[in-house]
Write a protein that binds this ligand. Sequence first.
Ligand code: PDD
Length: 287
Amino acid sequence: MSVYPIILSQADFTNRDSLTYPFEERGLQFGDGIYEVIRIYQGAYYLITEHVNRLFRSAEAIKIDLPFSRQEITSLLHDLLSQNEMTSDGIVYLQATRGSAPRNHAFPVDTPANVYAYVQDMPRKTKNLTNGVSAITKRDTRWENCYIKSLNLLPNVLAKQAAQENGSYEAILERDGKVTECSSSNVYLVKDGKIYTHPATNRILHGCVRMRVEQFAAGLNIPFVEQAFSIEDIADADEVFLSSSTSEVMPIVEVDGKKIAEGIPGKTTQMLQEAYEVDAGLVKQRI
Ligand code: PDD
């Protein structure tokens, strides 16, 4: 099964086929909204508090009034899983827009946000996690507020498509000579036993898994240096990896057709993968 039949629409549960939106919907017309993707392992959320907190941060940043409290949405998201009798590995996609109103750039008055969430199966990417993936590099052409998880994903979509057309898994983005993140994940470089990644500024999404990677590194006594690196630094990296809710901690073994070190997943990345599996309550499922 891919998408489960019962979806959350505002504070109600409905069948996915009965959800329709007017064509004058601000998410559709302006990308005027925000979203979250939360990992589910065996029917249970991973890092739900972190995602709900980020949802509220994004909403506040673009002045969308969410029609629920943190506790209310958390409980609705749990109900969504039980209503669907969801017990496998998957994700929930939740989106909130500034609502439906006649098209006008300025905010509509007295217009409630449109919110929906649905659940779908998503098995772990066990082969990629074990063998690593390849990436290309692209210019980061996004706006200045990438910490907001906004629906405006056109630069991300184009970068990911370029990666896919190249037979690669991800696109590593570079702005002003520094690597920011990837099209839908955070990225890290390991050199001489230290992990380097772009600081959590407005130039990157503050990934929920990134927050965990920082904690895993502390637990493993590996320095976590929030200092941006360049594309040139990648050439002599010991390891490169990415992180996201859907990709976990994923080794990158090749960038722009050149191998990273030996071209196999590195030890530091593997230690972080193990820490992730323990934290997420996963049994070893890698092959
Ligand atoms: N992407 N950076 C970007 C640009 C992202 O879109 C994501 C997540 C991340 C990692 O964030 P987290 O660790 O909280 O998943 C970093 C999600 C999975 C998506 O858009 O599908």
